[in-house]
Design a protein around this ligand. Structure first.
Ligand code: SF4
Length: 413
């Protein structure tokens, strides 16, 4: 690691910083807050990496494609920075694969699970980080899949309460840390008048509050009761939907709730057990089907993992059939090995990358039979996340215009 360099620009000249990242929503919000912290302490943002005194690269390591992209950003920064500038590597890649970062000798590494270490970027700050409000938007238009200033993000928590043996995210983000309810309500109350939609964001939002004596349904009930925004619920592990199914039901019946993202990963109880998840997904089917009928306008989203160690083709196909019956959008992820993940020591046989690719192709082919479903490969194909937002808006319009379950080709009862 290079010797730590504090800001050493000429006396009297304001120090500048540059940020580039490929992180997901919670950490984009945090990067925006970091941006505001640096500006509040007399640093100036620049869009020119080569003139910045501090270059911050926000890194994701969820998939090989994103890891490669993040490493490319670090490499470009290291070669394009001016002499004496400080390179800061921020985000999840440090916790997931530090080996990829070391060759670039960053001056400072700030992992997602210790993100408040950014405080140290300013010596003796005039405005401390705790006085910088949580950000509800991203730093720039280009950070959005589809820019809509009327949609803002409320960060509920970072980290994750589960310990799934295969998960790269957990290595990067660490344990659950909930944002106090008073801070969440402060953020929502202070949104601009043009805001019509709030996305309740986080890595494992269903676990919200279990570390600070409250719960996700309690929070959601208060938000629905106090505010009139349209609400998108994101990143909820199916285990939490099962735990809170009764409390969530009346909240999901409220028309303010417009999107519900439940991450099922698989329907096989055997595979779910190997993922250290509860065998609850197929048991939730009647619940989802009733929800489908009761809230025809609600967008249901999910994620699947295909080719998990020992998962048979039939088990994967059953998961996909389940999704096709219930959901409007699915991110299909081919299983990827992560060197430091616990699953590497579980003695399970792994499918080859080619076998998994072949399975994912079959799954995508199957899902193409359902043109009303937005199926994509998520972060494994970098640009898909942008590409799905337009069709999703079309879907929203169709649902608002009375598109029904029957139109989805379903006969949900
Ligand atoms: S590893 Fe996961 S939590 Fe971390 S930035 Fe990437 S997607 Fe987000």
């Amino acid at each position: 690691m290079r010797k730590r360099i504090f800001f050493n620009s000429e006396k009297g000249k304001m120090r500048s910083f540059y940020i580039k990242d490929n992180v997901c929503t919670p950490y984009k919000l945090i990067l925006n807050r970091i941006n505001n912290y640096l500006m509040a302490n007399d640093m100036v943002p620049t869009t020119n990496q080569s003139e910045a005194d501090v270059v911050i690269i926000g890194t994701c390591g969820a998939f090989k494609s994103l890891e490669d992209e993040a490493v490319g950003f670090i490499e470009a920064a290291r070669t394009g920075m001016k002499s004496g500038a400080e390179l800061v590597v921020f985000g999840c890649l440090p916790g997931i694969n530090m080996k990829r970062i070391r060759p670039f000798s960053p001056n400072r590494v700030i992992p997602s699970f210790n993100w408040t270490d950014v405080k140290a970027l300013i010596e003796d700050p005039a405005v401390p980080l705790k006085d910088i409000p949580e950000a509800t938007g991203f730093r720039g238009k280009e950070d959005h899949r589809l820019y809509d200033p009327g949609k803002q993000f409320i960060l509920l928590q970072t980290g994750c309460s589960s310990d799934c043996p295969f998960c790269p995210h957990k290595l990067g983000i660490g344990n659950l840390k909930s944002v106090p309810p008073e801070s969440i309500f402060y953020q929502i109350r202070n949104l601009e008048k043009k805001v019509h939609t709030i996305c309740l964001a986080g890595n494992d939002t269903g676990s919200y509050g279990t570390d600070i004596g409250t719960t996700y349904p309690e929070l959601l009930k208060k938000i629905i009761g106090e505010f009139d925004f349209q609400i998108h619920l994101s990143q909820i592990n199916a285990d939490w939907v099962h735990v809170y199914r009764d409390e969530l039901w009346p909240l999901l019946m409220d028309k303010k709730v417009r999107e519900f993202q439940v991450l099922i990963q698989s329907t096989s109880n055997r595979v779910l057990a190997l993922m250290d998840r509860k065998p609850v997904v197929t048991g939730l089917k009647p619940y989802f089907k009733k929800l489908r009928v009761s809230r025809r306008d609600l967008i249901l989203r999910t994620d699947l993992i295909i080719g998990y160690p020992t998962a048979t083709e039939q088990e994967d196909l059953s998961s996909v059939e389940f999704v096709a019956e219930i959901f409007d959008e699915v991110a299909v992820h081919g299983f990827e090995r992560v060197k430091h993940a616990r699953i590497e020591k579980m003695g399970l046989p792994f499918y080859s990358a080619a076998q998994i690719d072949e399975r994912v192709e079959k799954v995508m082919g199957y899902l193409r039979r359902f043109p009303h479903i937005l199926a994509h490969r998520g972060g494994q194909v970098i640009r898909t996340l942008e590409a799905i937002e337009k069709p999703k808006n079309e879907l929203r319009k169709r649902l608002n215009a009375g598109f029904t379950c029957k139109d989805r080709g379903q006969d949900a009862e």
